[in-house]
Design a protein. Structure first.
Ligand SMILES: *Cc1c(COP(=O)(O)O)cnc(C)c1O
Length: 423
């Protein structure tokens, strides 16, 4: 199936007489006829549902759809994008381990990795995503277990050279984990460029209507854990916390996701409610239509801003004068995303005046849904960061993050016009 068809059809195939639409299994638990049968489920000897924290049919169907869209072999949903990012690292890193991460990642991820994971004894080195391979290699240590980056960074809109990151990660025997939230699998499938694991905040374009916070992790099944047995003993040696199972032996290409479900989710419990997964699935059905429209509208808005003398700069990789245009042409030839960042002349003060004058575009802590919205990262999402960290994250004090919705582009442009007139 082609990707537009997968958006509609993947994940759930009803049998004769079953519900046409994915049902919401709003049940914490599932019933069995014998003690022994349920025991086999606990031992991972048999597939079956027993408790929603570990697996739920609605959640599984939606995870399977996202897995199919990304071209992976196994996937899981989480209750938020933050949980997905956390689990993707914590599944293979213990206290005393280290990983390498692009410095331009989302502010929440930057804080999770740089502060919270550090408190847990997992160390990170942030690297400039534009650095060359030699420079990136310097960040690796004997205890490095993963490399992490975003296809299109939120909100810096840096387009990652995924092949470069994959080469460096693989040269050091570790998997590349890519947060593909802004691109979505409609515009880029990182596995096709060498990434090993993909994470999402499904809260954004996938849900698309700003109804449900959620996340997902998908494994390509391509990383050879056994070839780096010593580094990844958590997957290649018996897990005493799960009856001595060796994940790579028992689950093959599904080893990483099975371990994430059987241990990290079991113990930390960041599951989405089946009802939220149902809403996410409705969003996914129209993902390809909406993403195309977001990109088309964003291009019009970016071109308008680019030609406006009250605007000091525009970042949008779909513009031919953008620093990341060439990388975008390679990795995202059908469009990047609906998010634009730009600076208004007059710095922070003008930025705030502009934002407060918008009528259609709403000030919300959100991006990437159907409604046009706007945010000032330096005073909102990134306010915990100091000036140096802001700079490393690609966020200047005048940066406005503008998320172009799927309304008529002319109405969005007219709203920007009247707000610029107020400055
Ligand atoms: C929003 C976002 C997150 C965090 O996701 P939540 O669903 O808000 O927890 C992680 N990564 C990126 C790129 C994001 O845009």
């Amino acid at each position: 199936m082609r990707i537009d068809t997968k958006c509609i059809q993947s994940g759930y195939t009803p049998e004769n007489g079953e519900a046409r639409v994915l049902p919401i299994y709003q049940s914490t638990t599932f019933k069995y006829g014998s003690t022994e049968q349920m025991g086999r489920l606990f031992d991972l000897e048999e597939n079956g549902y027993f408790y929603t924290r570990l697996a739920n049919p609605t959640n599984d169907a939606v995870a399977a759809k996202i897995t199919d869209l990304e071209g992976g072999v196994a996937g899981m949903l989480t209750s938020s994008g933050q949980a997905a990012c956390f689990y993707s690292i914590f599944n293979i890193c213990n206290a005393g381990d280290h990983f390498v991460c692009s410095s331009t990642v989302y502010g929440g991820t930057f804080n999770l990795f740089g502060v919270t994971l550090k408190k847990m004894g997992i160390d990170v080195t942030f690297v400039d995503p534009d650095a060359d391979e030699e420079e990136l290699s310097k960040a690796f240590k004997p205890n490095t277990k993963a490399m992490f980056g975003e296809t299109i960074a939120n909100p810096a809109l840096v387009v990652l050279d995924i092949e470069k990151f994959a080469r460096v990660a693989h040269n050091h025997g570790v998997p590349l984990i890519i947060d593909n939230t802004f691109a979505t699998p409609i515009n880029c499938r990182p596995f096709e460029w060498g990434a090993d694991i993909v994470v999402h905040s499904t809260t954004k374009y996938m849900d698309g209507h700003a109804t449900s916070v959620g996340g997902a992790i998908v494994d390509s099944g391509n990383f050879d854990w056994e070839a780096h047995k010593d580094k990844f003993q958590c997957l290649t040696t018996p897990d005493e916390s799960y009856h001595g199972v060796v994940y790579t032996e028992k689950f093959g290409k599904a080893a990483y996701i099975t371990k994430a479900t059987a241990t990290v989710m079991r113990d930390l419990g960041s599951i989405p409610s089946p009802h939220n997964a149902f809403l996410l699935n409705i969003g996914l059905e129209t993902l390809s239509l909406r993403v195309a429209r977001h990109c088309e509208n964003a291009k019009k808005v970016a071109e308008y801003l680019n030609n406006n003398d009250k605007i000091s700069w525009v970042n949008f990789a779909g513009l031919s004068n953008d620093k990341y245009y060439d990388l975008a042409q390679k990795y995202l030839p059908n469009g990047t995303c609906g998010v634009i960042s730009f600076g208004v002349k007059g710095g922070r003060e003008s930025a705030v005046k502009f934002m407060d004058s918008l009528k259609l575009a709403a000030i919300v802590t959100h991006v990437a849904d159907a409604r046009t919205s706007v945010l000032h990262p330096a005073s909102h999402t990134h306010r915990q960061l100091n000036d140096e960290e802001l700079k490393a994250a690609g966020v200047t004090p005048d940066l406005i993050r503008f998320s172009v919705g799927i309304e008529d582009a002319q109405d969005i442009i007219e709203d920007i016009q009247q707000a610029l007139d107020q400055i």
